[in-house]
Ligand binder design. Structure first.
Ligand SMILES: NC(=O)c1ccc[n+]([C@@H]2O[C@H](COP(=O)([O-])OP(=O)(O)OC[C@H]3O[C@@H](n4cnc5c(N)ncnc54)[C@H](OP(=O)(O)O)[C@@H]3O)[C@@H](O)[C@H]2O)c1
Length: 289
């Protein structure tokens, strides 16, 4: 009998693009639901089963989920995240899927995206299918944005107090956890996994950058209003700025300092460290000249 079919969304994204090699290594039967088949084909290779589907289009999910056993639900930040993923949940129920594994986040934060994830988790828990929620903390890849200034300078800026820690998660660990949960059908039902790496302050981040990149890098804390001005000039949409301001306020109270052993306990290896992440992505933070 062939492996039950798993439909994977968000496979071209930050954590999603790391999933394909892991899932094929486990011999899982995967159908990737993608918006742009040509873009996904270039990323996922000639063997991948691709079906065109858009979370804004419920009918495309009704079609794409036919014959699917498990839906892996992940998509990027959006002001209409709740409506988009509701389409997928309702389509999964209508198509007779048995299980949903949803990539969420910290659902306790009073900000628009976590609130959408929380509402979506409640819908999944009530829909009758088996489910698991993955709740990683702050992705280390956010540093590509936060520390974008390191391409042409030695300072990066945010409004998070320098002594406050946040536990940052390497997206490779998120992909490892998702792969394990998808592969171990029946073992993780009803669970919500808060996944983190070690807790570090932005001064620790600066020290790690300095050590790995071999130059003196500093973190500069600014007022939230100054930070808003900086990201507005960088072109961040107003809904995302509003979301991030709320997240910063929450982070400043130490709400993201918690540390868990989920990566070791479930994915089977220690959480990757910030030093490892920066070392492996050093080119992205190195000076352009
Ligand atoms: N960033 C963090 O620190 C963090 C921490 C915890 C949890 N999270 C959660 O992780 C999730 C992913 O966030 P991310 O920023 O890393 O984004 P991402 O994975 O890079 O998300 C983009 C993915 O979503 C797909 N997508 C976007 N709109 C879609 C649509 N209408 N229909 C189908 N697919 C669509 C994109 O496909 P295309 O290639 O077609 O654009 C792409 O594959 C979010 O729900 C976020 O809340 C993030």
């Amino acid at each position: 009998m062939s492996e039950p079919l798993i439909a994977v969304t968000g496979a071209t994204g930050v954590t999603g693009h790391l999933l394909a090699p892991r899932l094929s290594e486990r011999g899982l039967n995967i159908r990737y639901l993608v918006r742009d088949v040509d873009k996904a084909r270039a990323l996922l290779g000639p063997e991948a089963e691709l079906v065109a589907a858009d979370l804004d289009d419920r009918a495309s999910y009704d079609h794409a989920l036919q014959g699917v056993h498990t839906l892996y639900l992940n998509s990027g930040h959006s002001p209409v995240l709740e409506a988009q993923q509701t389409n997928a949940i309702e389509a999964a129920v209508a198509a007779g899927c048995e299980r949903i594994v949803k990539l969420s986040g910290n659902v306790d934060s009073p900000a628009p995206i976590p609130e959408a994830h929380k509402a979506l988790e409640a819908k999944i828990a009530a829909c009758g299918l088996r489910y698991t929620f993955l709740r990683p903390n702050f992705y280390m890849t956010n540093l590509h944005y936060l520390a974008a200034g390191l391409k042409d300078g030695d300072v990066f800026t945010s409004a998070i107090p320098r002594d406050v820690t946040m536990s940052m998660t390497d997206p490779r660990d998120v992909a490892d956890l998702a792969t394990t949960v998808l592969a171990e059908d029946g073992k993780h039902d009803g669970e919500g996994y808060y996944q983190t790496g070690a807790a570090v302050s932005l001064d620790d981040v600066a020290a790690t950058f300095s050590r790995v990149l071999g130059r003196d890098i500093r973190y500069e804390m600014v007022d939230v209003a100054v930070w808003e001005d900086i990201v507005t000039k960088r072109g961040l949409p107003s809904w995302l700025i509003e979301h991030q301001v709320k997240m910063i306020g929450f982070a400043a109270n130490g709400a993201y300092s918690y540390v868990t052993n989920v990566t070791a306990d479930i994915a089977g290896h220690p959480a990757r460290t910030l030093e490892q992440f920066i070392t492996d992505h050093a080119d992205a933070f190195s000076r352009a000249d």
